[in-house]
Design a protein around this ligand. Structure first.
Ligand SMILES: [Zn+2]
Length: 291
């Protein structure tokens, strides 16, 4: 069973919900970036939240970016997702190591204080952008706060990444549940009661629960209806041509100094860590295109 996202409604559309299993894509991110366990957990949670938030957008070309700038040793994280289940991302310092906190990976300690920016590019003149202060740095709480303050949508976000002893990803996934403004008190009370009583996302996943089963626990007794399911994957659309544009944009002076060094250069894509090589001859061509 690969990674996928489910979209659902409950209580006669008074609630909308998303859930995902992202074990494979988080493991792929870990391998590509060589992330430490705490960095894998942080990136994995944000990739999972990003993939679900991407699936909330309507058009195939819509793009969502979540950027965290923070003072903790991880330095920052960036995740980009589309509406089709494709997601990619990176952390500034993939090698950050911290002692565990209460027996768990200290994601909040790795992030520290900071700001989260959510940018939605939906093909309009100006992309939508919302910025919030990190609440705990544990990411799920920070996304909950973002939804409440920036989008005015009360939400409950659960995200989890569990590591194997050998530091590969054992399981990853999460859910987002959002209530509509017209929600009835008794429905809201029942939802709040459910959320108080559920296990953690990592326990649910580790016990073999699918995204559908996670939602049936969160939305127990609330007439859950799964509306659709889509595969999710780590995907980067970089190419040698795209990286070339980035090199051209650094300017003639810097390209000339690379040429003067007389050696081939390697440029890595931030998002997926794929390396692209450019010979001195190719750099000379790029110099001509540069301003
Ligand atoms: Zn890439």
């Amino acid at each position: 069973m690969g990674d996928y996202i489910v979209r659902a409604a409950a209580a006669n559309t008074q609630i909308r919900a998303f859930a995902a299993v992202t074990t494979d894509l988080v493991e792929e991110a870990r391998q590509r970036h060589g992330t430490s366990p705490v960095a894998t957990a942080a990136l994995g949670r944000l990739l999972t939240g990003g993939a679900m938030m991407g699936s909330m957008m309507k058009n195939a070309t819509d793009m969502l970016t979540i950027q965290i700038k923070c003072s903790g040793p991880i330095g920052g994280l960036t995740v980009t997702a589309d509406s089709q289940g494709n997601v990619k991302g990176y952390v500034h310092d993939p090698e950050v190591i911290l002692p565990p906190k209460n027996g768990k990976l200290d994601v909040g300690g790795a992030l520290g204080q900071g700001v989260m920016t959510v940018i939605k590019d939906m093909g309009l003149k100006e992309p939508y952008s919302g910025q919030t202060i990190l609440q705990t740095g544990e990411i799920a709480e920070d996304l909950t706060y973002y939804f409440a303050t920036s989008e005015q949508v009360p939400s409950s976000v659960g995200l989890g990444v569990l590591m194997e002893k050998n530091n590969t990803v054992r399981c990853a996934g999460g859910f987002i549940v959002q209530v509509m403004p017209f929600i009835e008190d008794e429905v809201l009370n029942k939802l709040e009661e459910n959320i108080r009583n559920i296990q953690s996302v990592t326990s649910m996943l580790d016990n073999g629960h699918t995204p559908e089963e996670m939602l049936s626990q969160v939305l127990e007794g609330l007439d859950l209806e799964i509306t659709d399911t889509m595969p999710a994957r780590f995907y980067c659309n970089c190419s040698k041509e795209r990286i070339e544009k980035a090199i051209i944009s650094i300017g003639k002076k810097d390209i000339q100094s690379m040429i003067d060094d007389g050696e081939d250069i390697e440029v890595k894509c931030h998002f997926c860590n794929t390396a692209y090589n450019y010979t001195v001859e190719e750099l000379k061509e790029l110099l001509k295109k540069s301003r």
